[in-house]
Design a protein around this ligand. Structure first.
Ligand code: FAD
Length: 186
């Protein structure tokens, strides 16, 4: 939805779709930061690299089943925490997380050798502009029923056009609905 208004439609889409695609339908922010370490220092503490913090933040260990000494840890941030991180440079963002991780992995600075880090923000990504639809109650009431409605020969699918925001199921269900509409010539 946040990138729909970058396509020009003539005639224009319905007022509801224009409103929703012009910032009137909130999206969740999400950012993931990946850090590659020369060794899996957390294992010497008896930790498996997975965790939840009260920030809130999820910590994942994407290399858990890979051989070798190196390891990746990934910080999975949502909503305000993701927006905050998006405002920092790559380097400052990594530092910010490492500072926080001193609470999660005590001695993190003494034990680690950080080789690389990189991040991905769904808000900053040119062709997504957000992670998943997360409308307020009012937005949901006013706009949700319009978002998946076909306009002439244009059909709309995607998690935002379903009842399952933020899930692949929403993409699938709405895709099937749109395919059926086209098949039945609605
Ligand atoms: C961080 C994160 C974690 C998630 N975790 C889970 C999970 O654990 N389980 C789960 O079920 N779901 C999860 N989801 C949700 C799931 O990924 C989405 O619901 C699903 O991918 C949405 O599919 P979609 O087809 O609606 O949209 P998308 O997959 O976003 O596809 C839309 C595509 O359109 C492209 N596009 C945009 N503009 C244009 C244009 N003008 N021209 C051509 N192409 C364009 C985009 O680049 C994109 O590839 C997660 C999502 C995120 C962001």
């Amino acid at each position: 939805m946040p990138v729909l208004n970058r396509i020009q439609f003539s005639p224009q889409l319905s007022d509801a779709k224009v409103e929703a695609s012009s910032g009137g339908y909130d999206y969740a922010a999400s950012t993931r930061v990946f850090m590659q370490f020369a060794n899996r220092f957390w294992e010497s503490e008896g930790l498996n690299g997975w965790g939840n913090t009260d920030w809130p933040e999820e910590i994942w260990h994407p290399t858990w089943d890979r051989g070798g000494a190196r390891g990746l840890l990934m910080s999975y941030l949502f909503y305000d925490r993701a927006v905050e991180l998006d405002q920092l440079s790559e380097e400052n963002g990594t530092q910010h997380l490492l500072n926080r991780w001193t609470n999660v992995f005590p001695g993190v600075y003494d034990n680690i050798e950080l080789e690389h880090s990189t991040s991905h923000s769904w808000v900053l990504q040119e062709w997504s502009g957000g992670a998943w639809a997360s409308p307020t109650e009012e937005q949901n009431e006013a706009l949700a029923s319009h978002i998946g409605v076909a306009e002439g020969r244009i059909h709309f699918a995607g998690e935002h056009a379903s009842d399952y925001h933020g899930w692949m199921q929403g993409a699938l269900v709405s895709g099937l609905r749109a395919a059926t509409e086209i098949h039945e010539g609605e």
